[in-house]
Design a protein around this ligand. Sequence first.
Ligand code: FES
Ligand code: FES
Length: 157
Amino acid sequence: MGACGAVNLTIRVNGQTHQITSDPDTPLIYVLRDELQLKGTKLGCGLEQCGACAVLVGGKTVLSCVSAVETFEGQDITTIEGIEATEVGRRVQDAFVKATAAQCGYCTAGLVVAATALLTETPNPDREATLAALAPHLCRCGSHPRVLRAVTRAASG
Ligand code: FES
Ligand code: FES
């Protein structure tokens, strides 16, 4: 335990291991953005209500704005910067570009992460499953129809 309750933690992000010193209760997003300079993950509401802060943990979507960094020790975290490491992630990213599925782009990283998690687990989801996976992700610009097209395009390969 260091000053102000900081502890040494080891986290693995985008295939790289990082030793950090942090208050164990710090939400993961602050470590990603401020310590590791991975600015692609966006902070929106900070209350698990908008989906902007989504990252993959063990292949599942996790909202990084509330959960304490210490709970992620020893787990594989993937942020938008590492999403193209998998074939599905590359396909989703490409489909978002081709469908111009972003306007301001603030929600986009979270949506790409959610779509990658969905298509990794369910390669050909039906519309209901796709809508359910995207539902936690708000888009103030109204890009959802294009996002849906992008996910459909990525699913069909
Ligand atoms: S910033 Fe995490 S859900 Fe909104
Ligand atoms: S593209 Fe602006 S919030 Fe979604």
